[in-house]
Write a protein that binds this ligand. Structure first.
Ligand code: WTA
Length: 650
């Protein structure tokens, strides 16, 4: 766990002007409390249903939920067509900004045409509802068009972050048995084109090693960096030659509320990523509801910008489904915040008049490091609301964010949620809540959470406990793809008697009852808001021929929240070549998983601290990495291993 909660600190009440115009009201909590299911039915009716639902929630087969039973809708029609039908076709849906400085504005009418063309092509190649499609793309408009085209046809998309390695892509393609992979020729990285399709080729393999499920690879031309792009005839097709040629008209059909919309793989406590399953009606209801209330979105007036990548859940819910289902105008930026220089984000805010800005604390702390001169050189007065997501935000960063980016008055919504929850769960309600810097405050109307001890008893204020969700919610995961048992085991076994969802986070209430999320209590690290499991990194490290054993921990880091610190034991006879070996090991992790999982620090040690039952004592390694006095070492087999580890680190 990272942050600690002061017992009480004052909150920042909304200004009367903000409160007067806010979508949220205190009454919303009362309404939800008096009849939770009726409240969610009301929220579901913000969407267009082809067939109305009957029962709001069927929890008879818990922990497998069914929401809005019998209802039928088309998710893409809700995100695109219905705005065109309502006469808003000329409204810009997406202001897209490419990293090299190119840009495109896409209206809802244009988006409808593009999505229809892609849907027509997917149908032409024989894909039918229920098939899986892997999307491995940088932040180009075609990525979002592809997601929506899948939704339109009832194809289940699995977006794989384009920073993941070929190996990571392959395991996800295989697990989902994807028939189509959509990618780009290359992607821009800090101003330079880098290959991307090459990773797809490597991932999919050839001959006996070829990924058996994949029939087609659809390639969007983005960087045009390689005149001799390797090509597999029959398998590979250019978007320009296929999708672009299709008719822009497509008749959508409605799907069951529980039809699977997407899979998104996320790290758990073991090395194998889990394919989190989300379905249609409940997911879209909550993504749409939270976007409206948490971001206080005003249709036709606001310009929303979420800085996440579509490879993560934040990109799914707040770049695609939340904003578009609300008819929002949003900014989508392809690149990194310092390309070509540190002014990039602020230039974009100024250029498009961004009013709502949603990023991770890591980026806020990076801006702080760069210095306030940079944002101060821009007119940021359009901003009226700020959001934070992915990791605990420290009070200092919160205050800086509000003062420097938010003009000293913008409310901040610190939104706690997970890939598994699908949409925001705990957050201030702007215009209502007097938010405290660093606290996610309280569950949203319709959501219920508790903080409990090991036995499931509520902890008293000030005491630390486990965050649990004690009532099902519409956007909840419906399972782990192909692994029912792991779903029960991971989320529902810890508090099985009570039937609660165990989130994996520690939390506490302060004396005023505000909720403070303290960080993961399991072996999942949070680096720059990215979830990475210790087991995954360990398994990548032992994949190196010189490594006998590895232990990985997340040590607190002033910028990235946590940084990855590894301890490795070399095999007999392997020479420690110092920096060369460390560089090799870091490269190994980069290739096996992703550059985002590269350890900040690798220590070659003679031994690892273990309990008598052979478990590595990560807590002690964390003490060492964070330079603390060692905690209790009495259960260690050989306490002297620490002298050796310390000596190596010094
Ligand atoms: C952490 C990202 C504190 C938490 C949406 C959670 C947070 C994990 C917050 C999920 C927050 C997310 N305050 N911690 N506002 N938001 N987390 O699946 O540990 O990538 O369990 O979803 O991020 O990460 P995931």
């Amino acid at each position: 766990m990272t942050a600690s909660a002061p017992q009480t600190v004052p909150g920042f009440p909304p200004t009367p002007e903000f409160a007067a115009q806010a979508n949220g009201t205190a009454e919303l909590y009362d309404r939800a409390d008096s009849d939770r299911l009726e409240f969610w039915a009301e929220q579901a009716r913000r969407l267009d249903w082809d067939t109305d639902f009957g029962q709001v929630l069927d929890w008879s087969d818990a922990p497998f939920a069914k929401w809005f039973v019998g209802g039928k809708l088309n998710v893409a029609v809700n995100c695109v067509d219905r705005h065109v039908t309502a006469g808003k076709g000329d409204r810009v849906a997406i202001h897209w900004v490419g990293e090299p400085g190119d840009s495109r504005d896409i209206t809802y009418a244009q988006l409808k045409d593009e999505v229809s063309k892609a849907a027509n092509y997917f149908t032409a190649i024989g894909l039918t509802a229920g098939d899986r499609v892997a999307i491995y793309m940088p932040m180009v408009p075609e990525a979002i068009i592809s997601m929506l085209a899948c939704a339109r046809l009832g194809l289940t998309h699995s977006v794989v972050f384009a920073g993941f390695s070929a190996g990571a892509l392959r395991s996800r393609v295989d697990d989902a048995a994807a028939k189509l992979v959509i990618t780009t020729d290359g992607q821009y990285r800090r101003g330079q084109p880098a290959p991307l399709k090459a990773a797809v080729d490597e991932a999919l393999g050839t001959g006996a090693d070829a990924a058996a499920s994949v029939e087609k690879v659809l390639v969007v031309r983005r960087t045009n960096h390689d005149p001799n792009l390797p090509w597999v005839d029959g398998r590979d097709v250019w978007w320009d030659d296929t999708v672009a040629e299709q008719s822009p008209t497509h008749q959508a059909e409605a799907f069951d509320a529980e039809h699977p919309l997407f899979l998104l793989y996320t790290s758990g406590t073991t090395g194998k990523p889990k394919g989190i399953v989300h379905t249609s009606g409940g997911y879209l209801t909550q993504a749409s509801y939270t976007f409206h209330y948490v971001f206080d979105h005003k249709e036709g007036r606001d310009v929303f910008w979420c800085g996440a990548d579509i490879g993560w859940v934040t990109g799914h819910s707040y770049l695609v489904y939340g904003p578009l289902s609300n008819g929002a105008t949003e900014v989508i930026y392809e690149g990194t915040p310092n390309s070509p220089d540190e002014h990039r984000h602020f230039n974009i805010i100024e250029r498009y008049g961004v009013t709502i800005y949603y990023i991770a604390p890591t980026l806020i702390r990076t801006f702080m490091k760069w210095g306030r001169d940079i944002p101060d050189a821009h007119d940021l007065t359009s901003i009226r609301l700020l959001g934070s997501v992915g990791e605990p935000i420290n009070p200092e960063a919160w205050k800086w964010y509000r003062d420097v980016i938010g003009g000293g008055t913008a409310p901040i919504v610190d939104t706690w949620w997970q890939t598994e929850t699908g949409a925001i769960m705990i957050s201030p309600l702007p215009g209502v809540t007097a938010a405290k810097p660093g606290s996610a405050m309280r569950p949203l109307p319709g959501i219920s959470a508790q903080i409990v001890d090991d036995n499931g008893r509520p902890v008293t204020h000030g005491e630390q406990g486990y965050l649990v969700l004690d009532q099902p919610w519409p956007a909840m995961l419906r399972g782990i793809w192909g692994d029912e048992e792991r779903y029960r085991e991971t989320y529902w076994s810890r508090f099985a008697d009570q039937g609660w969802y165990f989130a994996g986070d520690g939390a506490r209430y302060d004396d005023d009852g505000a909720l403070w999320v303290l960080g993961r209590v399991d072996d999942v690290m949070n680096v720059s808001g990215h979830r990475i499991s210790t087991a995954e990194v360990e398994s990548a490290l032992v994949g190196h021929s010189g490594v006998a054993e590895a232990a990985v921990i997340g040590a607190s880091d002033p910028t990235t929240g946590q940084g990855i610190v590894a301890f490795v034991i070399l095999r007999e006879g392997v020479e420690n070549t110092g920096d060369t070996l460390i560089a090799e090991l870091r490269q190994q992790v980069s290739v096996e998983i992703s550059p985002i999982a590269k350890p900040r620090e690798i220590n070659v040690v003679p031994e690892l601290p273990k309990t008598r039952s052979g478990k590595i004592m990560r807590r002690l390694l964390k003490d060492v990495a964070e330079g603390r006095e060692l905690g209790d070492t009495s259960t260690l087999v050989d306490p002297s291993v620490f002298e050796a580890i310390r000596a190596k680190k010094a």
